[in-house]
Write a protein that binds this ligand. Structure first.
Ligand code: FE
Ligand code: ZN
Ligand code: FE
Length: 171
């Protein structure tokens, strides 16, 4: 017998997945921040860590609004993204190249979340759960802003610094 029988069950399932994904990020973001060299990058990762804790509270509230006890369910997708990020930290020496790689990993995580929140918002709206949708939209906007910030950091110096010393190889 399938556990998920309708869109309502599917929404709860996705919210549990996101709750676990955000929880994994509360552990992964400090590690990324610790390994980053750029101060603004460290600051961006730490400020998104704070937002991530708020996002977990919003997910718990959304589950309560749907008469569900807030809980998580292992998010394999986020686990994979974080695993890749940890591998990079082991393989790349600290400095601008690692910073560029940390941004790449963090943006993968943000894009995963943006996709998942987009789906949950659409499903919540389809079922008339407007309060749930509103909560999730707040988070989606934070995820999009975090993603934009990371892109801005990459293109406003980090990527350029990461190419330093490569000129000879181009010729
Ligand atoms: Fe998040
Ligand atoms: Zn997931
Ligand atoms: Fe995020």
């Amino acid at each position: 017998m399938a556990e998920v029988e309708n869109l309502h069950d599917a929404l709860i399932d996705e919210l549990m997945d996101l709750y676990n994904a955000e929880n994994q990020l509360t552990k992964a973001l400090p590690k990324l921040a610790r390994n980053a060299t750029s101060r603004p990058l460290k600051a961006a990762l730490n400020s998104h860590l704070k937002e991530t804790r708020t996002q977990m509270r919003r997910l718990a509230q959304a589950m309560r609004l749907l008469d569900e006890k807030p809980k998580g369910k292992l998010c394999d997708g986020m686990q994979g993204i974080i695993k890749e990020g940890n591998k990079m930290i082991e393989e790349v020496a600290a400095g601008p190249v690692l910073d560029a790689a940390i941004i790449a990993g963090a943006q993968r995580a943000e894009h995963y979340e943006i996709g998942a929140y987009g789906t949950c918002i659409a499903w919540a709206k389809a079922m008339g759960h407007s309060q749930v949708a509103r909560l999730l939209i707040q988070t989606l906007n934070e995820e999009k802003a975090a993603d934009k910030k990371l892109s801005a950091l990459a293109t406003s110096g980090i990527n350029e610094a990461a190419t330093f010393g490569m000129q000879e190889d181009d010729e």
